[in-house]
Design a protein around this ligand. Sequence first.
Ligand SMILES: NC(=O)c1ccc[n+]([C@@H]2O[C@H](COP(=O)([O-])OP(=O)(O)OC[C@H]3O[C@@H](n4cnc5c(N)ncnc54)[C@H](O)[C@@H]3O)[C@@H](O)[C@H]2O)c1
Length: 330
Amino acid sequence: MTSSPPEAKAVLERYPRVAVIGAGVIGSSWTALFLAHGLHVVVNDPRPDIEAVVRGDLAKIAPTLQALGLPSQGLEKKLRFEPDLARAVAAVDLVQENGPERPEWKQQLWASIEKSVPAHALLLSSSSARPATEQGRDMKDPSRLLVGHPFNPPHLIPLVEVVPGERTDARAVEDAVAFYAALGKVPRVLKKEIQGFVANRLQRAIMRESCYLVQQGVCTVDELDDIVTSSIGLRWAVNGPFSSFHMGGGPGGLAAFFAEGGLGRNMVAAWQNMPPVEMDEVLKQRIVSQTAASFGRVPMQQMERTRDNKQVALLQALRGFAQPGDDDPG
Ligand SMILES: NC(=O)c1ccc[n+]([C@@H]2O[C@H](COP(=O)([O-])OP(=O)(O)OC[C@H]3O[C@@H](n4cnc5c(N)ncnc54)[C@H](O)[C@@H]3O)[C@@H](O)[C@H]2O)c1
């Protein structure tokens, strides 16, 4: 549940100083959101042009922050860059890691951070797939380490998957949930670690079938995207797969859906018949060239702006329909 503003303020006051490790696609977006909520952010990233890149990203993200009702100007006053890792984390209350998705890199990073970071700091990784137990393997005390996996872009998409490791303290899980909720996110705690977590495992399954359909020549990439955005994409912004098919089962709901003669039975039967998909050079080329022909004409920055505008419109529309007991979508 999203915190009300005074509650959120009280939570965020516990984390006034934040370190962002790695400021590429994800770190830069987190940086904008943290700054917009008044936190001091120190960025650690070895890219020689990192300052210009992050400042450029802040300018690009500003209209979205504004549309979300957040401050968007003068954010750089609380931003600083520190190329030395030990110095970057020496006096922070929270670390959000967004570096390369390589397990050994993350293991080494956390073992180094542990030597310099204050003991009370919350240690969060944006990793899309690597569990905290694995990431904290070389730490003496990983009790404050856990995954806080956002969806791109974190400044906009509400979900954060909160995934504790085997040695994560329950208090750190509570703290992470409170922190992300105070930022207006929708944190969801996973009950056990699994490679890829939940949302990306779902995306994998959809992407696999999407590639298969393009491989078989059933549709092109832009046709497939249109089919998704005008059907299941729209549906899933309101109801997930289970409540959707609960309604799909008619008055008998999901029980009827999976009953003898129900549509769900055919779906389950089809799971046994899913051919393997090989991403060979021919398929890769087909997808890349169709994508270039369909979407490559639009500059990436323009695509991102359109995406942000439409997502904000959707979030605001859904917020207007929030029912008691619903989560505020953002
Ligand atoms: N891109 C996505 O859609 C997405 C979504 C959710 C989570 N993630 C996760 O977020 C993390 C970052 O992904 P990304 O897409 O932003 O990658 P990216 O390549 O855009 O950014 C990674 C950044 O890390 C920096 N970096 C490299 N070595 C470093 C070091 N030693 N210290 C500090 N920074 C260093 C790079 O310079 C780069 O700016 C990954 O773990 C990824 O799984 C990505």
